[in-house]
Design a protein around this ligand. Structure first.
Ligand SMILES: [Zn+2]
Length: 146
């Protein structure tokens, strides 16, 4: 069972209509509509429903599909994969493991990526938290690794 378990009423209070339709009713946003589609900043993509960390920005790639695409989840356990046979297709649905919200689908056509996977994720299912760190050099004060 998901760690975050809310009623539809609670979800409706927290999400706008479009977010509710996609996250809680397995909807899909129109291609090319997502505000995070062309985001190239460094940081972490999190679940709009619960804030769980889902995809690091360095796994995002330009798939040309019209939806934000990632080749790897932050943690394998961050997402749940479910067989989806709706619409007469066999697809793999991707859900947030923490709050069980629909995120998108997983395909194996992520050509030219290290994993060959393409997590095709609705932008409305994500929030983006930009990282403060400039890429590269560790800043002073960061504790030495153990
Ligand atoms: Zn979530």
């Amino acid at each position: 069972m998901a760690e975050v378990d809310k009623t539809d009423e609670q979800w409706r209070a927290e999400l706008n209509d479009e977010e509710f339709r996609v996250l809680r009713e397995n909807g899909t946003e129109p291609a090319w509509s997502g505000e995070l589609l062309n985001n190239k900043a460094t940081g972490m993509y999190k679940c709009r429903g619960c804030g769980a960390e889902l995809f690091p920005s360095d796994t995002k790639f330009d798939s040309g599909s019209g939806w934000p695409s990632f080749y790897k989840a932050a943690e394998r356990s961050a997402v749940t994969l479910i067989n989806d046979r709706s619409f007469g297709m066999i697809r793999t649905e991707v859900r947030c493991a923490t709050c069980d919200s629909h995120l998108g689908h997983l395909f194996d056509d992520g050509w030219n990526t290290p994993t060959g996977n393409r997590y095709c994720i609705n932008s409305v299912c994500l929030t983006f938290e930009e990282s403060d760190e400039d890429s590269g050099n560790d800043s002073e004060g960061k504790a030495a690794g153990e």
